[in-house]
Ligand binder design. Structure first.
Ligand code: URA
Length: 187
């Protein structure tokens, strides 16, 4: 039997498996519908997320919310989590050993939620969940079949903040995700 999300969260909140446990303010476990068909997975908490314990609430999160709104996906109907549950100092990239230790929680979340679709937000999540040599600029928006779900990646919202010309690409991918997951009638 899959563990319940609350149980996984309570185990995660005690976690000291890697040094990030010593510098976090809060774990950022994940939020949303525990029965979601669609799950988004980002990289790691930033400063605002560390302070609130909620994923994607900072600048990148606000932009992500705009894309969700633009394509008619309600944040409450999906589930949003990250590869790492604790903030890396100065928002550096997660270290492979941190990911190795932390993904047990994400694996358990996926087991509990059983989403039909997973969308990776950015390269780091895609390299961990889709394939090690994932190329975000050539493979974003492409669906891959895993045993238990379909999975694709979109650009990380921070990458769009850095280069707003990528806005259109993101919007196109998000519209495709909406059509695949919820059907074309939701426009
Ligand atoms: N970036 C991420 O990848 N995840 C968050 O929760 C916030 C910013």
């Amino acid at each position: 039997m899959a563990k319940q999300l609350e149980q996984i969260k309570s185990e995660c909140s005690e976690c000291m498996l890697c040094p990030l446990g010593q510098t976090r303010t809060n774990i950022v476990f994940g939020v949303g519908n525990p029965n979601a068909e669609l799950m988004f997975v980002g990289e790691a908490p930033g400063e605002s997320e560390d302070l609130t314990g909620i994923p994607f609430v900072g600048r990148a999160g606000k932009l992500f919310d705009k894309f969700l709104l633009a394509v008619g996906i309600d944040r409450n109907e999906v589930y949003i989590a990250n590869i790492l549950k604790c903030r890396p100092p100065q928002n550096r990239d997660p270290k492979p050993e941190e990911e190795d230790l932390c993904t047990r929680y994400l694996d358990e979340q996926i087991e509990a939620i059983k989403p039909k679709y997973i969308v990776c937000l950015g390269r780091i999540a895609a390299m961990r969940l889709i394939k090690e040599d994932f190329r975000i600029m050539s493979e974003h928006g492409v669906w891959f079949e895993k045993e238990k779900y379909k999975i694709c990646a979109v650009l990380h919202p921070s990458a769009i903040l850095r280069d707003p010309r990528k806005n259109e690409l993101m919007l196109k991918d998000m519209m495709n995700i909406r059509d695949v997951v919820f059907g074309e009638e939701r426009h």
